[in-house]
Design a protein around this ligand. Structure first.
Ligand code: PLA
Length: 449
């Protein structure tokens, strides 16, 4: 009965509020604003949120918002990293359709809550995918893997775990990096600092700067490493450079936190793209790995990913997992079931797995061919400048070197949408749209905007 009383009194409050507004309408506006615009009033008409300012759109996802509003038939969205076919359409992998069909046909499947750590089979298979089936950490059972909400959620859970339980609270991220990294880790409770990574002069890796900065970081600091296909630069260290990074980090006790959002998307091979991580795990040291299935399985909106923490012993890994559960439970309780089930079906079945690797390779190859086509198109136009970085860079993005004014010119005059740092998603291009992009780049660099 309590609830009935509550709702009737709140609805009578609303009615009285409406009456008050009606009676005072048109009267002294100063008096009205003192009643309605106070951030703390909230009783009647004025919102307690009236003092809020309009927040800016997200620098990456906001590009899609602007694109959607543009009526031009030639518009092109190269902002967010989302794979498109040659026809410019989003792609659901064949193997994902098959897995979903299997799941639908299985009448024994239920929709109960998953455990806090998510789908256990998915966790095991995800660890195997990233570390390799023969990984010593898996064999010795000194790893814990929890299903999280895609790559972002895995980074956030890992960040909060470290902020709570790791002795060093500073995380070093690459300069530049994915725009969400500093926000994720700051809100997780860590202090964010940067290390040099990209050299605009060579449009390649600033390896010397990287080693100097990591060498100067306080012992034990956390270091975020892009496992492959660095976002936004498309510049990865070579295997020899990775080995030097590993030695330096281990000698200083720096804690590696890998962000693996593009496994298979860089080289086309799942194993090759996981190599840097496997090098760190092979030395017996500890590390964290955030995995995403958004890009490599095209499961963007399913929000499926995993956080693995490799420890020194099974005993420690068990306690780490118990603490991860305390991070997750008050955050979102437990992760969703559907995306993780799709991944588990594909990873457990040899035929589906093989089919997936072929589809993944085809996506990676199409991106590489877009790089070649764009490079060639600029060459044929005689566009001033050295554009070889387009074919040297790897993964989903090209970091063009175009400045914010040039980007804004291309959006205004050519309806080409990209992030203001000059990053373009190569996965959003097709043979049909390359000439349009090349025309725009040519125009913008010859016009000296
Ligand atoms: N880590 C890196 C380096 C990323 O680039 C992205 C996605 C993620 C993690 C998180 O992806 P997930 O949560 O969907 O698994 N970056 C995209 C999308 C593709 C985005 O900004 O959300 C990008 O366009 O940069």
């Amino acid at each position: 009965m309590k609830t009935t009383q509550f709702s009737s009194s709140s609805s009578s409050d609303r009615r009285i509020g409406a009456l008050l507004r009606h009676l005072t309408a048109g009267s002294d506006s100063d008096h009205l604003s003192s009643v309605y615009a106070s951030p703390t009033s909230g009783v009647t008409g004025g919102s307690v949120f009236a003092h809020l300012v309009q927040a800016p759109e997200d620098p990456i996802l906001g590009v899609t918002v602007a694109y959607n509003k543009d009526p031009s038939p030639v518009k092109l969205n190269l902002g967010v990293g989302a794979y498109r076919t040659e026809e410019g359409k989003p792609l659901v992998l064949n193997v994902v359709r098959k897995a979903e069909q299997q799941l639908i046909n299985d009448r024994t499947r239920i929709k109960e809550y998953l455990p806090i750590v998510g789908l256990v089979e998915f966790n095991k298979l995800s660890a195997k995918l990233i570390l390799g089936a023969d990984s010593p950490a898996i064999r010795e059972n000194r790893i814990t893997t929890v299903e999280c909400l895609s790559g972002t959620g895995s980074l956030r859970v890992g960040g909060e775990f470290l902020a709570k339980h790791y002795h060093q609270k500073t995380i070093y991220i690459t300069q530049p990096t994915w725009g969400n990294h500093p926000k994720i880790f700051t809100l997780a409770g860590l202090t964010v600092k940067t290390y040099r990574y990209y050299d605009p002069a060579t449009r390649g890796l600033n390896f010397k700067g990287l080693l100097e900065d990591l060498g100067a970081a306080p012992a034990g600091s956390i270091v975020l490493l892009h496992a492959c296909a660095h976002n936004p630069t498309g510049v990865d260290p070579t295997i020899q450079q990775w080995e030097q990074i590993r030695q330096l980090m281990r000698s200083k006790g720096l804690m590696p936190f890998f962000d693996s959002a593009y496994q298979g998307f860089a080289s086309g091979s799942l194993d090759t793209d996981a190599k840097p991580i496997r090098m760190f795990v092979a030395d017996g040291g500890e590390c964290l790995v955030a995995q995403s299935y958004a890009k490599n399985m095209g499961l963007y909106g399913e929000r499926v990913g995993a956080l693995s923490i490799v420890c020194k012993s099974a005993d420690v890994a068990g306690r780490v997992e118990s603490q991860l559960k305390l991070v997750i439970r008050p955050m979102y309780s437990s992760p969703p079931i559907h995306g993780a089930s799709i991944v588990a079906v594909i990873l457990r079945d040899k035929n589906l797995f093989n089919e997936w690797t072929l589809e993944l390779k085809a996506m990676a190859d199409r991106i590489i061919s877009m790089r070649k086509q764009l490079f060639e198109a600029l060459r044929t136009r005689g566009t001033p400048g050295d554009w070889s970085h387009i074919i040297k860079q790897i993964g989903m993005f090209t970091f063009t070197g175009l400045n914010p004014a040039q980007v804004s010119f291309m959006t205004k005059e050519y309806h080409i949408y990209m992030t203001s740092d000059g990053r373009i998603s190569m996965a959003g291009l097709s043979s049909k749209t390359v000439p349009h992009l090349a025309d725009a780049i040519h125009a913008v660099v010859t016009k000296a905007v």
